[in-house]
Design a protein around this ligand. Structure first.
Ligand SMILES: N[C@@H](CCC(=O)N[C@@H](CS)C(=O)NCC(=O)O)C(=O)O
Length: 217
């Protein structure tokens, strides 16, 4: 078994699928991403992961759901620059940004995404999102070019595909304007989405969103 046998199931609109994909790209590798035949709720998929969520990574005997452990694994097994600093203090700062993304930002994306069917949930989701952005701003150094430090880390891999939705949902909800309260973070996002990895991710997610809207009719 080699790292070239590593496979990710999912679609490229998902910020969780993109997290290990972006991490791999930052290390100079392209991970194969495939839709699971039968979808993520079919019996075969649920037998692999009862979570029924994407991404799912398969590498030999290792069947691994959840974007962050997949990203850690990809970072460890693929050659290329490490995406967590070796210094424990610096690594802790990167991990904290990933954690803020997952614990404080992600739950509110759902509320914003469901704005049409549940408009009553939008104010709380906007307030929660604003709080999450303020946490990033508090713990980031605005002088850093990347989410943390002067090179791409796991924090960029986690944050870029989540921040896509601030722009994508802006027209209806004004989500991009939330970044006005966090200028350091806003400047990072402007740089991140203009970078090769960021621009490609945004284009892939935009494509995925278009396809999802078209399928919904
Ligand atoms: N905590 C999971 C979240 C994964 C997740 O929510 N994926 C979404 C797609 S963006 C999904 O598969 N949703 C299908 C469902 O929940 O039924 C991770 O980090 O991988």
């Amino acid at each position: 078994m080699t790292v070239t046998d590593l496979k990710i199931y999912g679609g490229l609109l998902s910020p969780f699928v993109l997290r290990p994909v972006l991490a791999a790209r930052a290390k100079g590798h392209e991970l194969p991403v495939e839709s699971f035949p039968g979808g993520i709720k079919c019996d075969e998929y649920l037998a692999l992961t009862p979570t029924g969520k994407m991404p799912l990574m398969v590498h030999g005997d290792l069947v691994l759901p959840e974007s962050q452990p997949i990203t850690d694994y990809v970072d460890a097994v693929l050659p290329g620059p490490a995406l967590l600093p070796a210094d424990p203090v610096e690594a802790a700062r990167v991990r904290l940004l990933v954690r803020i993304a997952d614990v404080y930002m992600v739950p509110h994306l759902g509320g914003l995404f469901a704005a049409q069917s549940k408009p009553e949930g939008v104010p709380a989701a906007m307030a929660g999102m604003a709080a999450a952005l303020a946490y990033f701003e508090h713990f980031r150094d605005p002088a850093h070019d990347y989410a943390y430090g002067d090179s791409f880390t796991q924090a960029d891999a986690a944050m870029i595909p989540l921040f896509f939705f601030l722009d994508a949902l802006d027209r209806g909800l004004g989500t991009a304007k939330l970044l006005e309260a966090t200028p350091g973070l806003a400047a990072w996002w402007t740089r991140a989405k203009a970078s090769d990895i960021g621009a490609r991710a945004v284009a892939e997610q935009a494509e995925g969103l278009k396809a999802m809207m078209a399928a919904r009719g």
